[in-house]
Ligand binder design. Structure first.
Ligand SMILES: [Zn+2]
Length: 139
C-alpha cells in the first residue's frame, strides 16, 4: 500500500532575525494551520487504514485455512492491539483538533507550559511536554 509522505520542506518554521510581537502571532497562526493540516491528514489516514483492515478481515474469514487458524489467535490479538492503538491515536487527534478551536492547544496538560513547536511538529497530537511525559512514564 502506498503511503504518501508529506513534504518536509514546507514544514520548516520560517527564520526571523527580528521577531516583533506581530510576526510571532503570524508565525504561530501559520504553524497552527500546518499542524492542523497534519492532524487532519493523519486522521484521514487512520480512518482509511481502519477501513482497509476491516476489509482484509472479511476476506480472511471467507477463506478458512488450517495454517491460518493456527496463527489466528496471535494475529487476532495483534490486530486488536493495533486497532486499539489506532483508535487511541484517533481520539488524541480529534482532541487536539478540538483544542485548536480554543487557545488550549499546545499547552502541557500537566505543567500548563507551552509545548515547544519542535515537539508539536513531530507529534501534533501530544498533550504533554517532554519533561512531563518522561515523568509520567517513570511514575
Ligand atoms: Zn509539562
Amino acid at each position: 500500500m502506498a503511503v504518501t509522505t508529506p513534504s518536509r520542506s514546507s514544514e520548516r518554521p520560517p527564520v526571523s532575525h527580528h521577531p516583533s510581537p506581530t510576526d510571532t502571532t503570524l508565525v504561530t497562526g501559520k504553524r497552527r494551520l500546518m499542524l492542523q493540516t497534519k492532524l487532519t491528514r493523519q486522521r484521514a489516514m487512520l480512518l482509511a487504514n481502519a477501513h482497509l483492515s476491516r476489509l482484509a478481515e472479511r476476506e480472511a474469514e471467507a477463506q478458512p485455512d488450517p495454517l491460518d487458524q493456527a496463527t489466528e489467535g496471535l494475529e487476532q490479538e495483534l490486530a486488536i492491539r493495533t486497532r486499539i492503538r489506532a483508535l487511541e491515536q484517533l481520539h488524541r487527534i480529534e482532541h487536539a483538533l478540538r483544542l485548536m478551536q480554543t487557545n488550549e492547544y499546545g499547552r502541557c496538560r500537566r505543567c500548563h507550559q507551552e509545548i515547544p513547536y519542535k515537539r508539536l511538529a513531530v507529534k501534533p497530537d501530544t498533550v504533554y511536554c517532554v519533561p512531563c511525559l518522561t515523568r509520567l512514564e517513570e511514575e
